[in-house]
Ligand binder design. Structure first.
Ligand code: SAH
Length: 226
């Protein structure tokens, strides 16, 4: 099994290196074993650049999106980072690898996913990650402020609750748009307010809750890529 995935793994890394310039992110993508975050039946697809089902109607994001979102945050290695949407825990593991002197707080609204991600991250020894079940408010006010926030689910607009959990100079990366398609947006909190950069198209599962989509929201057509 292990040797079967070495070739697709190398191919994926070559593919990512064409667009992702941050060497540390590429190293993290090379080191974190994505197959460990997948259900048994889809492990052979671990190094295809696609989102895959992880149960509960949710997906593990496409590796390219994980690498892009991680590099957009320009992490030095000692920050406090919040992830919204733990899912399998894979993105949290990549952030953990990028933060040898920092910490990751990751929140998930589906309890069974939060529990299995926590167990998986613990057994793989990503010790600087805390998994929390999401509360009513988006993010994790109790652990704020954060240097960076990564949202792994799509919102209809920039959630003010998440901006308020960022410290000044902090970066937020989030897919914003309709249920069907979004643009990846980077928001930076400055002295004057918030500066916005649009990074390109993407497709994520919906961010659910206050300041986001109502429960049971689904895209009207198509298949999720991220
Ligand atoms: N980062 C994940 C992929 C996440 S898919 C990985 O690497 O596997 C998006 C996740 O966001 C889903 O698991 C979904 O349940 C979760 N989610 C949706 N709305 C949320 C909210 N308000 N708070 C926390 N998690 C949320």
């Amino acid at each position: 099994m292990k040797s079967d995935i070495q070739k697709p793994r190398r191919k994926l890394l070559q593919h990512l290196a064409r667009e992702i310039r941050d060497e540390r992110v590429l190293k993290a993508m090379a080191e974190v074993p994505r197959e460990e975050f997948l259900p048994e039946g889809s492990r052979h697809l671990a190094y295809d650049d696609v989102a895959l089902s992880i149960g509960s109607g949710q997906t593990i994001s496409q590796p390219f999106m994980v690498a892009l979102m991680s590099s957009v945050l320009s992490l030095a290695g000692d920050e406090r980072v919040l992830e919204v949407g733990t899912g399998s825990g894979y993105q949290a593991a990549v952030l953990s690898y990028l933060l040898p002197r920092g910490t990751v707080v990751t929140v998930e609204r589906v309890p069974v996913l939060a529990q299995s991600a926590e167990e998986r991250l613990r057994s793989l020894r990503y010790a600087n990650v805390t998994v929390r079940e999401a509360g009513r408010e988006l993010g994790c006010q109790e652990e704020a402020p954060f240097d960076a926030v990564l949202v792994a689910a799509a919102a209809p607009r920039l959630p003010t609750a998440l901006l308020s959990q960022l410290r000044r100079g902090g970066r937020l990366v989030i897919p914003i748009g309709s249920l069907e398609e979004q643009e990846l947006v980077k928001a930076t909190k400055t002295d004057e307010g918030t500066s916005i950069q649009i990074l390109g198209g993407c497709r994520f599962v919906p961010l659910v809750g206050q300041d986001a989509w109502p429960e049971n929201s689904r895209p009207s057509k198509g298949f999720f890529r991220s």
